[in-house]
Design a protein around this ligand. Structure first.
Ligand SMILES: [Zn+2]
Length: 219
């Protein structure tokens, strides 16, 4: 039986996304609900997202990176997170493990502004290496006044042991589904790269299930 996440009354929320879309997959409802309560929400997107379609002629790297940024900004703006509260560290997608110093620096800088906060970041056990690298960088920051939550993304639909959940109403679930699908570069819009990534229907369903899942990280 899934256990409810107690969000409490954080002063701020910082969501750390390895790629531009993980913020919505992992923490859409957490951000939405806290923004409605007037809590300041900041988002840091660590990589540029350029690796999703490396061979597309219609979407060369620059265009893809710019569009993925737009997708994140637009989705976040709709739930009340302004562009100024979204930081893109622009590190290389898929090769983050060779840029850990820069990732740590960027995250440390972002955290410098937030003081005490609730932080939602990828899980250390995630299937995607960039997600694991971000989790390791966050763990290495060792800030005492942070409450850390980890969100699982890959494999889609996983509910780790000890998970705590936000339960979504039917309407909230629909809103999250629309948000996840609005990252259209990741949902089938780019069709001229056979090696490119596109979320499957099953993955979208798993990302927009009835619960948003987190694991409390003890430091
Ligand atoms: Zn990702």
């Amino acid at each position: 039986m899934p256990v409810r996440l107690r969000v409490g009354a954080p002063r701020r929320l910082l969501v750390i996304a390895p790629h531009p879309d993980d913020e919505a997959i992992g923490a859409y409802m957490l951000m939405t609900r806290l923004r409605r309560r007037g809590v300041a929400v900041r988002v840091v997107v660590v990589t540029d997202g350029a690796a999703s379609h490396p061979n597309s002629l219609r979407w060369p790297r620059r265009r893809l990176v710019a569009e993925r940024r737009r997708e994140s900004r637009r989705t976040l703006r709709r739930i009340g997170v302004a562009a100024a509260a979204v930081t893109f560290l622009d590190l290389p997608d898929g090769r983050l493990n060779t840029h850990t110093a820069a990732a740590r620096r960027g995250l440390s800088h972002a955290l410098g502004h937030v003081g005490s906060a609730l932080i939602a970041a990828p899980a250390a056990s995630d299937d995607h290496p960039d997600h694991r690298t971000v989790a390791a960088c966050v763990a290495a920051l060792r800030r005492p006044n942070l409450r850390r939550l980890a969100y699982p993304v890959w494999p889609a639909g996983l509910r780790p042991a000890g998970a705590r959940c936000l339960f979504l109403t039917a309407q909230e679930r629909l809103a999250k589904r629309q948000a996840v699908r609005s990252y259209r570069t990741q949902a089938g819009r780019i069709m001229d790269d056979p090696a490119g990534f596109a979320m499957t229907r099953r993955q979208i369903s798993a990302f927009t299930r009835q619960q948003e899942v987190f694991v409390e990280v003890r430091q």
